[in-house]
Ligand binder design. Sequence first.
Ligand SMILES: *Cc1c(COP(=O)(O)O)cnc(C)c1O
Length: 383
Amino acid sequence: MKIPFNKLFITGREVDYISQTMELSSISGDGIFDNKVVKLLEDRLHSPKILTTTSGTHALELAMMLIDINPGDEVIMPSFTFPSTANSVIRRGGIPVFADIEPESLTMKLSEIKRKITNRTKAIVPVHYGGGGCPMDDVMELASRYSLHVVEDAAQAVGAAYKGKSLGTWGHIGCFSFHGTKNFVSGEGGAVSINVDDQKLIQRAEIIRQKGTNRSQFLRGEVDRYNWMDVGSSFAPSDILMAFLYAQLEDMDMIIEKRKQISEFYREKLKKYIHSGALVSMTTIPSDITSNYHNFYILSRDKKTRDIIISRMKQKGIQAVIHFVPLHTAPMGATFVNKTEELPVTEMVGNTQIRLPLFTDMQYEEQTYVMDELTNILEELNG
Ligand SMILES: *Cc1c(COP(=O)(O)O)cnc(C)c1O
């Protein structure tokens, strides 16, 4: 059997909705489906204001422009993340400051954030990993004590919550992704949630997103022509993509439920192997997290064991993959960190993590095959 790491899930309505964009002559940004996506997300996530973007990366870039990250400003984030988190800061001349993560949730440690705060710190970017997330009440309290902005990188966390409140709606700004590898997709796509009750800030976000113009106000009929108001870029996605995304988001709960079942099946099958030798831990969901089951990972005993497991699974046709190469160890990241700086948990996870295939429409036979082969390998390694 061949099991890919990820596979596109189609609800069946995508083509119909895309045809409608042509019939309705709505293919540019802020079209009919964009409106539907915004309403659906605002309702579902209880977000005060959603603005769609062309990617999760662009959502982060918009956020960093909006909070005015300037040259020399420090922004605390995990090293265990995707390069876009750091790029969005570097593009403004800011400096990413890497904090270590918790070994269970793989999200930033609160004590580490605190330790990295200096008088140049401007913002904190908690990255919500794999469907779980940071303890946002503590992060917000810390941020308010030091008057820092909080931009959540909730790229992976659409539909997930901490203490019943959607991830991406806790910080001042939350950033989401609808990239083809995420739970709900438009190929490329993203969104920001503006969570502060500040009409000026929301208006400026709209202007940055619409090429520095107040086109959004014009489209709502609030002004009779639009003009160049501020610096900006082109972050509004085509309505063709929003049509695709709307079809996906209508089935958010069903998609999460399907992924939950796979994740729970994996947990059940692997439980008895934890701490038995080759396998050290696996995805854990803290009780205050409502996961969206974005991914499922295991941590192996060491790097060598990880590589053996991945290559044996590959021989059986199963594509299991490593995840983030910690940014501070990457060629670009290394230019930003002090050589003596150590992020022991990040490095351990970077060396031992394996992500298992998990996609929405994964069949029971496929799930069983992955578990049978993986447990065979583990038993062999545990000898
Ligand atoms: C996917 C991802 C991004 C980037 O989102 P894109 O839509 O691919 O640009 C940023 N941060 C994290 C943590 C991600 O997983």
